[in-house]
Structures are given as C-alpha cells and as structure tokens.
Design a protein around this ligand. Structure first.
Ligand code: DC
Length: 237
C-alpha cells in the first residue's frame, strides 16, 4: 500500500548507501534536516535487532529462525519510545529503553552485521523500512536502500572511502571521545564487516546501477555535502 504511494511520488526518495565509516550517516542526517525530509537510518534497525538477539542469547549462526521471529515483532522507536513521549533528536529506542549508545559499540556493530546477513531477517524488515515513506520526502541510509528497499528512488548515492581512511576516521572519533582504540584492530574489524556486508547472498552491499558513486577518501564532510546538494539540486530541481 505504502509502496504504491511512493511510486507515484518517486522524486521524494533519496538513498545513500555505502560501507561502514563512509560518512553516510552524517550526510544523510544533514541532508534530511536541510530538505525537511524524514530520515531512515536503516542500520539502526539491524543494530537494535542484534542487541535484542544478544540479550535473548540467540546466535546468528544457530538461531536464524528465532532471530527472524524477533525481527517480525521488534519494538523499535526512532526519536521517542511512543507517540506521546517527548522527541529526543537522534535517539533510538528498544521498547521503553533508550539504546542510542548501546547499539553503537563495536560488539553491537559486529552483531548487527551478522543478523543482517540472515535472509528472513531482511524480508521481515523490508516493509517496516518502506513504511518510512512520507509526504514530505525521505532520505534513507543503509546498504541496500537503492538496490532493494527503494529501487524507484530518484536520487541514489553510493558513498564510499578506502578502508584505511574509514578506520582512521573511526580511530580519531574514539580517541576524541576519550575511548582507547587500536588502529590495526579497527582496520581488521572494518575489513571483516565489509566482507560480510558485500559477500552475503541477501541484499549485499553494492551500488545500484543508477547510483552516483562519491569517494570521500580525500574529502571533508563539508565537501561531500556540497557535492550531494549539487546532485540533489540537479536531479530534483
Ligand atoms: O549503517 P550501520 O553501520 O549502522 O549498519 C549496521 C550493520 O547493519 C552493518 O554491518 C550492515 C547492516 N545493514 C544492512 O545490512 N543493511 C542496511 N540497509 C543497513 C545496515
């Protein structure tokens, strides 16, 4: 139902896909704010599911059916736990628990990438992602937004950067927050996640045929944002 509505207004969807640490989360959120569009951080869905699976002692290898069942009933909230709660920008909720920080740990990242490789999980979360379509437009960030979830999107961006540059960004981010980090360990974690995200059979990370690729290896966030806005202006007018 929602998808029919979307295909009659394809210009209102902008997808930003790419590997971990490419800066797509920051770009997607700035772009959504600037355009007044709704934001879908699809990675957060997989992250909350990973956390829920971990708490239920489920293993992505042995318990894929049970994890898909969890995905079908996942009680997740963006911005607030329920409609009558105050809005907290950028917050992510699992039931009535604010899990905004818990889902961003390296352990949660690894778990998210593992549950995301389960095909039945992706099927369970598909409609939920499409339900984010809204009359004021949508910026959707993830791995398969342009290929699978919103194939009719008018603007598709594939944002990438070398794995070394992405590891270094993560390193600086952690050190800046006063958290100890080891650059070679971050690099190999990112390589493992890249491998899992690109090599899985269900909706692997890859650019859509009609996506524009931006390589941000040697670019600042501001430079990427400038290029993205230029592209959106050209495509949407
Ligand atoms: O974008 P992120 O780093 O928050 O995503 C967390 C994990 O979820 C990532 O390893 C891949 C997976 N993911 C996915 O498979 N498909 C998406 N659309 C978004 C994220």
């Amino acid at each position: 139902m929602v998808w029919k509505f979307a295909s009659s207004m394809p210009n209102h969807v902008i997808t930003i896909d790419g590997p971990s640490g490419s800066g797509k989360g920051t770009i997607a959120s700035r772009l959504a704010k600037r355009l007044g569009f709704t934001l879908l951080d699809s990675g957060a869905l997989y992250r909350v599911l990973g956390l829920a699976a971990q708490r239920a002692n489920l293993s992505p290898d042995a318990d894929s059916d049970a994890i898909a069942e969890l995905a079908n009933n996942l009680d997740i909230g963006f911005g607030r736990p329920s409609i009558d709660s105050p809005w907290i920008e950028g917050s992510v909720w699992f039931g009535i628990e604010d899990v905004s920080l818990a889902i961003r740990t390296d352990e949660a990242s690894a778990m998210a990438s593992q549950v995301a490789a389960i095909s039945a999980v992706r099927t369970a979360l598909l409609q939920r992602q499409r339900d984010f379509l809204s009359a004021n437009g949508l910026v959707a960030d993830g791995r398969d937004m342009g290929t699978t979830v919103f194939p009719n999107a008018a603007v598709k961006i594939f944002l990438t950067a070398s794995v070394e540059a992405r590891a270094e960004r993560r390193y600086k981010q952690l050190i800046g927050k006063g958290i100890d980090a080891i650059l070679p360990a971050l690099l190999s974690e990112l390589q493992a996640r890249d491998a899992r995200d690109t090599q899985r059979s269900a909706s692997p990370l890859k650019p859509a045929n009609d996506a524009i690729t931006i390589d941000s290896t040697a670019m600042s966030i501001e430079q990427v944002m400038f290029q993205v806005i230029d592209l959106v202006n050209k495509k949407l007018g």
